[in-house]
Design a protein around this ligand. Structure first.
Ligand code: HEM
Length: 447
């Protein structure tokens, strides 16, 4: 790894036989890579910021050529299809529909926690179950298959494992060799295949359950997701896998980190809880209109996603030489065509040139008068044309879940557990290592 010339904290390496990889954690460089500029040579060539191949090829056994991994015109069609499917409901407003679903899921979660109050519980799997039941219902308009509870638990266990296997593959020698060799000779591929069985079964069940008018049913009506030879096309199953994973894992991870941080900072937890409880005095449901009355809740999420963005880095291909302007009297830098650019969201969020005390949990920084975020220094949902399509969903899901939890409970670290920040278990998304053990005390109880 060698530091590249120039003012952008960049590192370059040679990966594979010939592909250069640059690593960046500077906002100017990140924006230049992620914001597309028309290709100078031909309008038919993709702009930088859009192309993921070959960096995401190791996801293909997991989510095939779904919207997350596809490129080119195929990706454009799928992204448009997914946005159309997720953000329309036959009944009208998708936001109101989602709001109701999240309140329901969060109230069920509160009941689950009430059954084991005062006992330490690992909150991570509990949140994973709650969020999968929500996402499943949102994309199918059907309940999780209750009679097949092991289908759900095997799915959750498998997605936790697949995150690690895919990352291990991308860091191994197999990543540099042709895929057919990995598929035929690697024990890791065997593990990947076994782990994929419950994931494929679960996604197929979601396709079976999808009710008329649901997002998954809307996708199934589109030619891209049809195949005359089978009931559910491979494309549809891969898209179901993509949406179930992208919606569930990210929400559960963000909520887990947030509760972990709030339990480490009881004073901040008390402030947010007081704010939430004052707003929820009038109603047991939280609405979008309530969000503007809960600035602390908003600040807590922003800060939690700054410290623990669930996707700590993303990769794009540099499709044309991309010039970064010189700054502070230092020369400009040209990112070479064909290189892969690894944008370290984690590094951007903790770069002390743009954040005071970057490693500290300080939600109040978002509330300070005159607080400004340097463009490109904060991007938990990525940036540019391949940013997160689910961001508007996540905005509602996270806020309602946390508000319902803080309205019902005070969260405490069990005695004997170290009151310190958890390490990260890094798969291609990031979870607190070893889980998060907490006691959920009913609000107002003495402890
Ligand atoms: C806390 C919640 C979430 C976070 C932090 C998050 C973050 C991200 C990030 C960083 C990316 C870019 C990944 C990359 O380029 O490698 C992404 C992409 C994506 N996200 Fe999310 N996400 C969240 C929730 C959701 C939800 C609820 C859905 C939908 C159900 C969703 C669907 C997607 C999809 C389909 C993509 C791929 C978009 C494309 O390539 O065009 N995400 N997300």
């Amino acid at each position: 790894m060698k530091a590249l010339q120039g003012p952008y904290d960049m590192y370059g390496t040679v990966y594979g036989l010939s592909t250069a990889v640059v690593h960046v954690a500077h906002p100017t460089a990140a924006l230049a890579i992620l914001s597309p500029t028309k290709h100078k040579k031909s309008p038919w060539l993709e702009a930088t910021g859009i192309v993921k191949a070959p960096a995401y090829n190791h996801f293909q056994n997991f989510c095939g050529q779904g919207v997350f991994t596809a490129d080119g015109q195929d990706w454009k069609n799928k992204r448009a299809a997914v946005i159309h499917a997720l953000f329309r409901t036959p009944e009208g407003n998708w936001e109101t529909h989602l709001e109701q679903q999240v309140n329901l899921a969060a109230q069920t979660l509160v009941q689950t926690l009430q059954q084991t109050q005062q006992e330490p519980r690992n909150i991570v799997p509990i949140l994973q179950t709650a969020t999968i039941s929500l996402i499943y219902r949102y994309i199918t308009h059907a309940e999780l298959p209750k009679k097949q509870s092991n289908l759900v638990s095997s799915y959750l266990e498998s997605v936790i494992r697949i995150r690690l296997i895919i990352l291990a593959q991308s860091r191994s020698l197999w990543f540099l060799l042709p895929r057919w060799l990995y598929r035929t000779c690697s024990a890791l591929f065997q593990q990947e295949e076994e782990t994929m069985i419950p994931i494929r079964e679960f996604a197929t069940q979601a396709c079976r359950d999808a009710q008329p008018g649901s997002p998954l049913d809307a996708l199934q009506q589109m030619p891209t997701y049809q195949d005359n030879r089978v009931v559910f096309s491979e494309n549809l199953i891969f898209e179901a896998i993509t949406l179930l994973f992208a919606g569930q894992d990210t929400s559960a991870a963000t909520l887990s980190w947030t509760l972990h941080l709030l339990s480490l900072h009881p004073d901040i937890q008390r402030t947010v809880a007081a704010e939430v409880r004052a707003v929820m005095k009038e109603s047991k449901d939280v609405s979008r209109a309530d969000f503007s009355k809960m600035p602390w809740l908003d600040a807590v999420f922003k800060e939690s996603m700054r410290l623990y963005p669930v996707a700590p880095f993303i990769v794009r291909k540099i499709t044309q030489p991309t010039e970064l302007p010189g700054i502070d009297g230092r020369p400009s830098v040209i990112l070479p065509q064909g290189a892969l650019a690894c944008v370290w969201i984690y590094g951007l969020h903790r770069n002390d040139a743009f954040w005071d005390n970057p490693n500290e949990f300080k939600p109040e920084r978002w509330l300070e008068k005159g607080h400004e975020v340097v463009p490109g220094s904060y991007m938990p949902f990525a940036h540019g044309p391949r940013n997160c399509v689910g961001q508007p969903l996540a905005h509602i899901i996270l806020r309602i879940f946390l508000a319902q939890l803080l309205n019902a409970f005070d969260f405490q670290i069990p005695s004997g557990e170290p009151a310190e920040t958890k390490d990260m278990q890094v798969g291609f998304t990031v979870l607190p290592r070893g889980g998060v053990s907490l006691i959920a005390h009913p609000r107002g109880s003495t402890w």
